[in-house]
Design a protein around this ligand. Structure first.
Ligand SMILES: C[S@@+](CC[C@H](N)C(=O)[O-])C[C@H]1O[C@@H](n2cnc3c(N)ncnc32)[C@H](O)[C@@H]1O
Length: 284
C-alpha cells in the first residue's frame, strides 16, 4: 500500500480500486488533460514541465504531442508518484523526473522550459502566489503556462451541505453531517478564479486568458454503484465516504443513509461545481 497521501489517493482511493469507478472518471480526466495541453500550444521540440504530475495524466499526454526531440520534466512532491511515472515511461529518454513542490522548483533552471502545465495541484498548495512566481521564473521568454483547477469555493458557497449532487433528498440532514467530516478549510477552498488571474498578472505574465465554467444544480447522470463509490475519497486530503459516514453517524443512521445511497442509481443528481483553465505567456 502507498505510503503518502497523494499516491494513496491517485493509485487507490480516488477510484476505491474499482475499475468501474476508474472508467467513470476517465472521460472527464481526458477532457481536462486535453484542455490543459491545448492551451500549452506545444511545438514538437518543446521542453514541458508538468508540475504535480501525479501518475502522469498531463505529462504522458504531452509526450504524444511532442516529437523525438521534445522533453517532459515530471515533477511532484511524492517520490512514489515519480517512481510510478518512471515505470510508465519505460525508458523513454524524453522523460526526466524531479521531486519538487510547485512553490519551490529549485532544480529547474531559470528560463529553461517552453511550457509549464499543472492540473489540480494549486488547489493543494498553501503558497499559490509563490508557485506562479516559480512558473514565471522557469519559463523562457515567450513560454506558456497552462493550468486547470477546480474552484471548490464555488460549491462551498452555493451548496455547502451537498454530497454527490443529492441535495434536496429526504436524507439531507444526515448528508450534511457527513459532508462536515469530508470537507475542510484551507488551500482547497481559499481561492477562486479571480485569484488565479491576479496571481498570474502579479507574477509578470502577459496575455492571460481565463476560461471559467460554473454549474449550479445542473441535472447530471446517475451515480455509479454506491457499494463501490463509498470506498472512494473526493480528494487526497479527505476520508472516503464510508470513513466519513463512520465518523459522523451512529450505526442506525449509517444503515439508513447506506440503504438510501444504495438505491442512488434511481435518484436524480444535480451537479454544482466550477472549474477554471488559465493560459498565460511570459513576455518576450
Ligand atoms: C489531484 S492530483 C493531480 C495529479 C495530476 N496533475 C493529474 O492531473 O492527474 C494532485 C497532485 O499534486 C501533487 N502535489 C500536492 N501538493 C503539491 C505541491 N505543493 N507541489 C507540487 N505538487 C503537489 C500531489 O502529489 C499529486 O500528484
Amino acid at each position: 500500500m502507498s505510503t503518502d497521501q497523494w499516491a494513496r489517493w491517485l493509485l487507490h482511493r480516488r477510484d476505491g480500486d474499482s475499475a468501474t469507478i476508474r472508467a467513470h472518471h476517465s472521460p472527464a480526466l481526458a477532457a481536462f488533460r486535453d484542455g490543459v495541453l491545448d492551451r500549452a500550444d506545444l511545438r514538437p521540440d518543446d521542453v514541458l514541465l508538468d508540475v504535480g504530475c501525479g501518475t502522469g495524466l498531463v505529462g504522458f499526454g504531452a509526450l504524444e504531442r511532442l516529437g523525438p526531440d521534445g522533453r517532459v520534466i515530471f515533477t511532484d512532491v511524492s517520490q512514489e508518484l515519480l517512481d510510478d511515472c518512471r515505470r510508465t515511461a519505460a525508458g523513454d529518454e524524453r522523460c526526466s523526473f524531479l521531486r519538487a513542490s510547485a512553490e519551490d522548483l529549485t532544480g529547474v533552471a531559470d528560463a529553461s522550459v517552453d511550457a509549464v502545465t499543472t492540473r489540480s495541484v494549486l488547489i493543494y498548495c498553501t503558497r499559490k502566489a509563490d508557485a506562479f512566481a516559480e512558473f514565471f521564473r522557469v519559463l523562457r521568454p515567450g513560454g506558456r503556462l497552462a493550468i486547470f483547477e477546480p474552484i471548490n469555493s464555488f460549491p462551498r458557497q452555493h451548496r455547502p451541505g451537498d454530497l454527490l449532487g443529492l441535495a434536496g433528498s429526504p436524507v439531507d440532514d444526515l448528508i450534511a453531517r457527513v459532508v462536515a467530516v469530508l470537507t475542510g478549510d484551507g488551500p482547497l477552498v481559499d481561492f477562486d478564479e479571480r485569484d488565479l488571474l491576479a496571481w498570474a498578472e502579479g507574477a509578470g505574465f502577459t496575455a492571460v486568458e481565463l476560461d471559467y465554467r460554473a454549474q449550479l444544480d445542473v441535472p447530471a447522470p446517475p451515480l455509479p454503484a454506491w457499494s463501490q463509490l463509498k470506498h472512494t475519497a473526493p480528494n487526497p486530503l479527505a476520508p472516503t465516504y464510508a470513513e466519513a459516514m463512520a465518523a459522523a453517524l451512529d450505526e442506525e443512521e449509517r444503515a439508513h443513509l447506506d440503504a438510501y445511497l444504495s438505491s442512488s442509481a434511481h435518484h436524480p443528481t444535480r451537479r454544482t461545481m466550477a472549474v477554471a483553465y488559465l493560459r498565460a505567456t511570459v513576455p518576450d
